[in-house]
Design a protein around this ligand. Structure first.
Ligand SMILES: [Zn+2]
Length: 99
């Protein structure tokens, strides 16, 4: 039995860390818990580095008022070319995470 217990504990904490990171980034806790538990180092690293869509800064199209991603050069709705904005809108995750 010796040697197996500590490993499971370590894997559990990797899973926990990955799950928390995934949850913070607006994804599923359980999904990232499983990924980090099964492939500890790579799974956790992926959770940390993974760019979740709802974390990106946004801005509003000055013509049609549609909210688009900050890095979009052209409005997805009306096709207007967009200058880099003076002010960005906080990401969806930042807005919803503060309730
Ligand atoms: Zn537009």
């Amino acid at each position: 039995m010796d040697g197996v217990g500590p490993l499971v504990v370590i894997l559990f904490f990797f899973g926990l860390a990955g799950g928390v990171v995934g949850r913070i980034k607006g994804s599923s806790f359980f999904t990232w818990f499983l990924i980090s538990f099964c492939v500890p180092f790579i799974g956790l690293l992926t959770a940390v580095l993974y760019r979740f869509d709802n974390q990106e800064l946004r801005r509003q199209c000055p013509y049609c008022r549609r909210v688009v991603k900050l890095h979009d050069a052209v409005c997805m709705s009306c096709g207007t070319e967009l200058e880099f904005p003076d002010a960005a809108i906080a990401s969806e995750a930042a807005m919803s995470g503060r309730s």
